[in-house]
Design a protein around this ligand. Structure first.
Ligand code: ADP
Ligand code: MG
Length: 276
């Protein structure tokens, strides 16, 4: 879907740099180097780059979880001007899908509890109206969310280890959507999955995005995945955005050798083209 150039800006990053401080023999490391971008209402911005290029660091900076220089605005608010409480409130308004839901789910909580957690933590008076005091109160919404991600309701009483990778990632999406965020960060949400399962989860993501129209920073090392879900693409290399544009621009007219290399690694259906 084409996003209008004058659509409301949901996330604006201006000249963001992140330096991890050194300690002992470890030198300080600039993981993100002067990165600027904006994500508009309803836009999925794909951020593609190899492992270690700084993708997750950018996601964490937007969540207010990594110190950065430059300016980040989320929902019109300048992050550096917020106090801790305001920053926490803002973080609750951002959905986050992790790469590895096995690692991010508490193995002792049922999936129902995992999905309900953001609603209970958000507490009284939360903007979304989906805050709940306890699991029982949250259960109708939990079941609604399970239905949205096409899982049976009785999954609410199961534990993370009882699910397949694809099912766990559906639960990860359900939890990220619990408070009806206008913006979500999906950090390599399908990278741990087999190709066929990956396709199903990506299709679900696209359907939900189409229905709910949330904005999204979609992070992946895989340009094929990024191409499938994104309205716009930013190519990250060693902490710098090399180029950005509409998907088609990047795929048909890449400006940088690194992007050309990423493109060359894509599977092409026609073996003749592949060989060329
Ligand atoms: P990506 O998500 O693209 O794989 P990351 O943002 O996780 O990349 O990491 C970017 C770089 O920053 C990597 O070289 C990584 O080793 C380094 N890094 C990430 N987190 C930390 C940290 N907490 N302390 C020091 N270095 C880090
Ligand atoms: Mg990462």
């Amino acid at each position: 879907m084409a996003i209008a150039d004058d659509a409301e800006i949901v996330v604006q990053a201006e000249n963001i740099s992140v330096v991890y401080p050194g300690h002992g023999a470890t030198k300080a490391f600039k993981a993100v180097d002067d990165v600027s971008f904006e994500i508009r209402k309803g836009e999925v911005m794909g951020l593609v780059g190899e492992s270690g290029s700084g993708k997750s660091t950018i996601g964490r900076a937007i969540m207010g979880l990594s110190p950065f220089t430059g300016q980040l605005k989320v929902y019109g608010k300048v992050l550096s001007e917020l106090n801790n409480k305001e920053r926490r409130n803002l973080r609750q308004r951002i959905g986050y899908v992790f790469q590895d839901p096995f690692g991010s789910f508490n193995p002792l909580l049922t999936l129902g509890e995992a999905i309900a957690e953001p609603m209970i933590v958000a507490g009284v008076g939360h903007h979304s109206g989906f805050w709940k005091k306890n699991l029982k109160e949250a259960m109708p919404r939990v079941e609604e969310l399970l239905e949205m991600v096409q899982l049976p309701k009785d999954f609410a009483s199961r534990f993370p280890h009882e699910l397949s990778g694809g099912q766990r990632q559906r639960v990860g999406l359900a939890r990220a959507l619990a408070l009806q965020p206008e913006f979500i960060i999906a950090d390599e949400p399908t990278s741990a999955l087999d190709v066929s399962v990956q396709k199903e989860v990506l299709k679900l993501f696209l359907d939900l995005q189409d229905e709910l129209q949330f904005s999204c920073l979609f992070i992946s090392h895989d340009l094929a995945v990024i191409d499938m879900v994104s309205d716009s693409i930013s190519v990250l290399y060693h902490g710098e955005i090399l180029e950005k544009g509409h998907g088609e621009q990047i795929l048909t007219n890449p400006q940088h050798d690194y992007t050309k290399k990423l493109l060359a690694s894509l599977p092409v259906p026609d073996p003749k083209i592949q060989r060329a």
